[in-house]
Design a protein around this ligand. Structure first.
Ligand code: SF4
Length: 49
């Protein structure tokens, strides 16, 4: 299950890596993306692995 931290809209907070900004809202980095309030999950475009 991907987490919000895997979502391209998630921006990790510098002061608290467990939280991030998503469209101006604070979300939990470990929130399952099936809990995404807006069903907007898109994977980060990082195919380095
Ligand atoms: S709440 Fe939704 S859009 Fe925001 S980071 Fe999580 S999965 Fe992505």
């Amino acid at each position: 299950m991907p987490k919000c931290k895997d979502c391209k809209f998630f921006k990790t907070k510098e002061e608290d890596a467990a939280k991030g900004d998503c469209f101006g809202h604070e979300v939990d980095a470990e929130l399952d993306t099936d809990q995404c309030p807006t069903k907007s999950f898109e994977p980060k475009e990082e195919d380095s692995k």
